[in-house]
Design a protein around this ligand. Sequence first.
Ligand code: T5A
Length: 212
Amino acid sequence: MIKNKFIVIEGLEGAGKTYACICIKNILKKYNITNILSVRQPGSTPIAEEIRNLTKKKFKNDNLIKETELLLMYAARLQLVEKKIKPALENGMWVISDRHDLSSLAYQGGGLGIKKKIITQLHSLFFENLIPDLTVYLDVSPKIGLSRAYNRDPLDQIESRSLEFFRKTRKSYLKSIQLNKNTIKINANLNIKIVTHNITKKILNWLNKQMV
Ligand code: T5A
């Protein structure tokens, strides 16, 4: 039997995170792991969902300054961690989170240029003891990812940013995952069948190692 884990999926918009979460859940089911909490960030509690709406909204006569955006992301994360993620992990559940605080380092740090030190201080303050057991990073080029996102709903205030913003965000992701040994990197530019195959292969390999 494998002890319950905290798995995080990261990547730019249109990377296929929603799809990867479903794929991982299906793999876990084959191992008879069904006590799974799936969440998304920002969001997944009533208050965090309100904060999510706020971070996505385009205001006519105002805009979020970058530090406000960062604090809102952390406020939503804290609500979710305290209300749902920690209790679930303590009760032996597996948790799959569509994004966690690597997103803040990439978007607000890399993309918006907030100093890494400020973000790591927030991390240390609230989440030092909550390290994901596995981060699955879906690496997609901003052009490809955004073109997938463009085909859906109208763009929100973050999705409407320049290609340069997303290039910097991706660069930050790539730098962070090099430093993090509990990470699986997947080429998400490829077609969905190949991406699914590669996720499945790497997750199975990781799960087998957890049983040793
Ligand atoms: N944010 C979040 C921050 O700035 N800081 C933070 O700290 C946090 C936590 C969240 C926003 O908040 C920002 C980042 C985001 O801008 P969101 O709506 O949850 O908002 O945004 P995303 O998480 O990026 O959600 P997306 O739905 O845009 O991306 P996904 O989930 O990666 O993509 P998915 O699976 O929905 O797929 C998108 C489309 O692409 C297709 C799918 O079928 C779908 O139509 N697709 C593929 N098509 C072809 N080939 C493939 N390989 C494909 N993979 C997916």
